[in-house]
Design a binder for this molecule. Structure first.
Ligand code: SF4
Length: 473
């Protein structure tokens, strides 16, 4: 495992279909990895047809249906990529549980055999939601981080030809069983936490965005211009998700029958007499709009996850349209937000299945607070302070999506997370950072400890909390 932070900005901010980075984007990526492994095999196709079976465990098993995990897996097996797939088409996969899909296979011994054998037939009966969520695989007993587990099996006439195990570890990141993280050279500004990052800034005299940018250049080999263009694209996709959400109304997909609210909130804001009410209604509307698009399975940006994909866009849209910040200022803010996500991921987790919603909406809110403070040219100490305040007051927040759908409490929680971020900025602005009693590193450490102590049923299983109290849903 790399000692220092070597995550790319574009691994934190990645585009993909909603509603969940760990249950949708991660499984799709795992299926793509399995597809590659499968196509590397040489198989005697004359021995009979091939069959793929996918087994889901832990929270993937319990809330996978509501999160569209089965559709994402099929999409991946079909070769669809999270960043480019047609979200509407993805949402319609497996609508008919009996429909048979053709998975292309390129691993036959020769072309003629492949043509004769045809593609692999796949339907919903090949996806197995395995356990009650309380049963854990042996490796999970040792290493709880991997509560979202997928097993892929390729067989021919009941003979197992290939088996792979993947872990969806949050934010769309996927790890294969036994994978050893590629050892990377430390970036020019190597750090593990906020304390070390602070020291680098002091020693080099560089700004936070310069440090993050120079590290990104070293990690990815991209030029500064390419990174800026990538960030502009991400900001654009985030703003589009807000605008689409503000334009859409009606009922969200799934059995809950939840009515979209962002458009109404926005309309209400125009009628409000009080400026404060108007401001809050707009911020809530922006964050809910992106979050509702996520719940509808549309394209969003993980920030740091899809479940929390409304918080950052809400605050970005606010700063762009109400504070009239330039694209260059927004870009600077994005680099500060990335630093917060890196540290939270490295020292705790950004997975609801691992630490609860504090790791998703809590971290998103912390990122947005840092984003706002930095974009508005606040000093580094205030950036850290704002990020700390936002996360501190969301510690212990559980993950309890009703029915396994990223709707209740997720959508409103994104709006509350965005408001908390702005509030954290205001509180940090008023404080003296030199007298700040709790550091960002301390609050991240506390989040991890709290997450480890949190009962499993509050970690994206839908077995506790609001998920079981909502009888009418
Ligand atoms: S409750 Fe939070 S962590 Fe859980 S699915 Fe919803 S947004 Fe994600």
């Amino acid at each position: 495992m790399n000692r220092f932070i070597t995550t790319s900005i574009f691994d934190i901010f990645k585009t993909g279909p909603g509603p969940s980075s760990s249950h949708t984007i991660g499984p799709m990526k795992a299926a793509l990895l399995f597809r590659d492994a499968m196509n590397g095999l040489t198989v005697d196709m004359t021995q009979g047809p091939l069959e793929i079976n996918v087994h889901l465990f832990g929270s993937l098993s319990l809330t996978g249906k509501g999160h569209g995990t089965h559709r994402a897996i099929l999409g991946g097996l079909l070769g669809w990529e999270p960043a480019t797939c047609d979200c509407d088409l993805l949402g319609r996969l497996l609508e008919d549980p009996k429909k048979i899909y053709d998975i292309p296979f390129n691993g036959g011994q020769n072309k003629l055999e492949q043509i004769e054998a045809g593609p692999i037939k796949f339907s919903s009966r090949h996806i197995h939601f395995e356990d009650s969520g309380t049963e854990r695989l042996p490796f999970q007993k040792e290493r709880l981080p991997f509560s979202n587990t997928l097993q892929f099996k390729l067989s021919q006439k009941n003979v197992l030809l290939l088996e792979k195990e993947y872990y969806s570890i949050g934010g769309g990141f996927v790890q294969g069983k036994g994978d050893i993280e590629k050892e990377m050279a430390p970036p020019p500004h190597a750090y593990q936490n906020m304390n070390q990052l602070r020291k680098i800034l002091r020693k080099t005299g560089l700004t936070l965005s310069q440090v993050i940018l120079e590290n990104e250049q070293a990690i990815t080999g991209k030029s500064k211009r390419q990174i800026h263009e990538g960030l502009d694209k991400i900001i654009g996709i985030m703003c589009t998700s807000v605008e689409r959400g503000l334009a859409n109304d009606g009922i969200l997909p799934g059995p809950i029958g939840l009515l979209r609210k962002a458009k109404v909130l926005m309309e209400n804001s125009h009628r409000m007499q009080q400026e404060t009410g108007r401001f809050l209604a707009m911020l809530n509307a922006y964050a809910m709009a992106a979050s509702e698009e996520n719940a509808a399975g549309q394209r969003v940006v993980t920030a740091p996850t899809s479940g929390s994909a409304g918080v950052m866009p809400g605050v970005i849209y606010l700063l762009k349209h109400q504070y009239h910040l330039s694209l260059a200022q927004l870009r600077e803010g994005m680099l500060a937000a990335a630093a917060i996500a890196f540290i939270a991921k490295k020292n705790a987790s950004i997975s609801g299945a691992e630490v609860g919603c504090q790791g998703e909406v809590g971290v998103a809110s912390s990122m947005a607070a840092a984003f706002m403070t930095y974009a508005l040219e606040g000093p580094m100490k205030k950036v850290e302070n704002a990020a700390e305040i936002a996360l501190e007051h969301q510690l212990g927040m559980t993950c309890d999506p009703v029915g396994g759908y990223v709707q209740i409490p997720c959508i409103e929680r994104n709006a509350v997370g965005a408001v908390t971020a702005v509030n954290a900025y205001i509180l940090a602005e008023a404080g003296d950072p030199a007298r700040q009693k709790i550091t960002f590193d301390e609050v991240v450490e506390t989040m991890m400890e709290t997450g480890q102590d949190m009962c499993t049923r509050y970690k994206e299983t839908s077995l506790g909390g609001l998920a079981v109290c909502c009888v009418s849903c």
